[in-house]
Write a protein that binds this ligand. Structure first.
Ligand code: FAD
Ligand code: NAI
Length: 475
């Protein structure tokens, strides 16, 4: 007889493992099937995020930032460093340890919450009156029966047509996170989130980095005032960013990679690099799920079609995270996982898509929540804007990091905060206050009247709120 569960979650990334834990907390019997393998062939829970995404990229960003600080900025503080050297192997090994700690942490959480884990690929077999049969193949080989199924199979890197990833010369995020030496010349296709984060890591470690971007605008989805400020900082650091590019033929040879491309003026160009990272977006992953067997509807991108509550076309099948519409972010996947588990339990899980923060972990960091100025203009919404530069913030001066600003956008009539956009130090942490404010539908005046610790970077947020009403105190 098949093992039976109230809920079977397919995929153990942030969407899946969080859905499994929440469902177990709510008293349901839960299985999670995940196929990711570590280098020894064992399970490695946490999906893209933990293994080749959020966690390893932030580990390398931190290490490379330390190196950059020691190489270029310690001297400003009167600290002389001689004999500075770099051990890329050790840096990558540290990153692997951080990843393993996170893998193990999720396994511990499964045990703690009594989630049954199956290491292997999960695929639909058939729909029955009492639920769905799921075949697990891999280290575990069995057929399970689940009353409710949550699909959280994530996404994979999109390759350029006719240039597959070999992870040696042409790298996806996977290869980009495990180079064993700093390439002298590194090329990246796509100046989106991965392009900028990975480009920053390897530039800080000494690579000559060129990023080729198809769109004429830098970070088109970001508030353009913030994007321009960030672009200025990246170029000053030495990142070469070419916009409005058409990538042509790519030749991969033993020595390196040759990219033919055309610049924004239509002039033919060539780029010779040791390694090429292709970061042109990600595609939803339903490979091996056998969605056809049960008639699960996919859209033209291969994403599972769901409604606003993550219900698929099949009653009893839900889908969350990168495999469905919406931003491909770990915290969005997690929120959907929690909400789905609560809906299965008959509760009213909720995800507010208007207050999902975005962070790009470059230096300066870029973070935002809500609408950009260009979106408000396009919608014809009357707004007031306030900005405050970190240059005028005491903590930023003490840190020696005064690049950037906080920008707040508020409704012209009601003063409700409609968006906050930050480029600068610790933007990833500063944005949390703004998310809370927007969740509580705060006005800019609410933030302006709240006491913020001095000296702190968060005072810049308060000053941006004061700037909405043209009454900054320190600028
Ligand atoms: P995934 O994390 O992709 O997990 C899916 C899991 O399902 C995987 O383990 C996969 O092996 C498994 N699986 C797939 N099919 C099957 C099957 N049939 N049977 C069993 N198992 C299966 N987001 C952020 O919010 N912040 C960041 O800083 C950030 N940094 C990133 C950096 C990089 C380099 C990349 C590539 C992504 C980053 N992301 C970041 C995005 C984030 O990783 C994803 O949004 C997130 O992992 C999506 O979670 P998920 O659970 O939907 O899918
Ligand atoms: P992306 O969508 O952020 O950026 C892709 C870029 O490539 C775009 O600017 C696009 O215009 C460009 N592009 C597409 N095709 C091209 C071509 N043929 N030639 C040149 N340029 C081309 O995608 P990316 O960077 O691959 O990241 C995927 C997703 O992973 C992100 O959108 C994000 O959801 C997630 N992620 C999140 C992070 C975070 O939250 N800090 C970090 C890294 C990834």
């Amino acid at each position: 007889m098949n093992k039976q569960f109230d809920v079977i979650v397919i995929g153990g990334g942030p969407g899946g493992y969080i859905a499994a834990i929440r469902a177990a907390q709510l008293g349901m019997s839960v299985a999670c099937v995940d196929e990711w393998k570590n280098s020894a062939g064992g399970p490695a829970l946490g999906g893209t995020c933990t293994n080749v995404g959020c966690i390893p990229s932030k580990a390398l960003l931190q290490s490379s930032e330390h190196f950059d600080q020691a190489s270029h900025h310690f001297a400003e503080h009167g600290i002389a460093v001689s004999g500075l050297s770099l051990d890329v192997g050790k840096m990558v090994a540290r990153k692997d340890t951080v990843v393993r700690q996170n893998n193990d942490g999720i396994m511990y959480l499964f045990k703690k919450n009594k989630v049954s884990f199956f290491h292997g690929r999960g695929a639909f077999v058939r729909a029955l009156d009492e639920g769905f049969e799921i075949r697990v193949s891999g280290a575990a080989e069995e057929t399970l029966l689940g009353k409710q199924i949550v699909v959280a199979t994530g996404s994979t890197a999109r390759a350029l047509p006719s240039t597959p990833f070999d992870e040696e010369k042409v790298l996806s995020n996977d290869g980009a996170l495990r180079m064993d030496a700093v390439p002298k010349k590194l090329g990246l296709i796509g100046s989106g989130v991965i392009g900028l984060e990975m480009g920053s890591v390897w530039r800080r470690l000494g690579a000559e980095v060129t990023i080729l971007e198809a769109l004429p605008e830098f970070l088109g989805a970001v508030d353009q005032q913030i994007a321009k400020e960030a672009h200025k900082a990246f170029v000053k650091q030495g990142l070469r960013i070419e916009l409005g590019v058409t990538v042509g033929v790519i030749k991969v040879a033993k020595k390196g990679v040759n990219v033919a491309w055309t610049n924004a003026r239509g002039e033919a160009q060539a780029l010779d690099v040791d390694k090429l990272i292709v970061s042109i977006g990600r595609v939803p992953n339903t490979v091996g799920l056998n969605a056809d067997a049960v008639g699960l509807e996919l859209d033209e991108r291969g994403a599972i079609v769901v409604d606003g509550d993550c219900r698929s076309s099949l009653p009893g099948v839900w889908a969350v995270g990168d495999v469905v519409r919406g931003p491909m972010l770990a915290h969005k996947a997690e929120e959907e996982g929690v909400a789905v588990a609560e809906r299965i339990a008959g509760q009213h899980g909720h995800v507010n898509f208007n207050t999902i923060p975005w962070v790009i972990y470059t230096s300066p960091e870029i973070a935002w929540v809500g609408q950009t100025e260009q979106q408000l203009k396009a919608a014809g919404r009357a707004y007031r804007a306030g900005t405050f530069p970190f240059l005028a913030n005491g903590r930023a001066r003490a840190l020696g990091d005064t690049t950037g600003m906080v920008k707040m956008l508020a409704d012209a009539q009601t003063d409700e905060i409609l968006g906050v956009h930050i480029v600068g130090p610790m933007a990833s942490e500063l944005i949390a206050e703004c998310v809370v404010a927007m969740e509580f539908r705060a006005s800019s005046e609410d933030i302006a009247r709240i006491c913020h610790a001095h000296p702190s970077l968060s005072e810049a947020t308060r000053e941006a709120a004061l700037a909405v009403d043209k009454r900054t105190l320190n600028f």
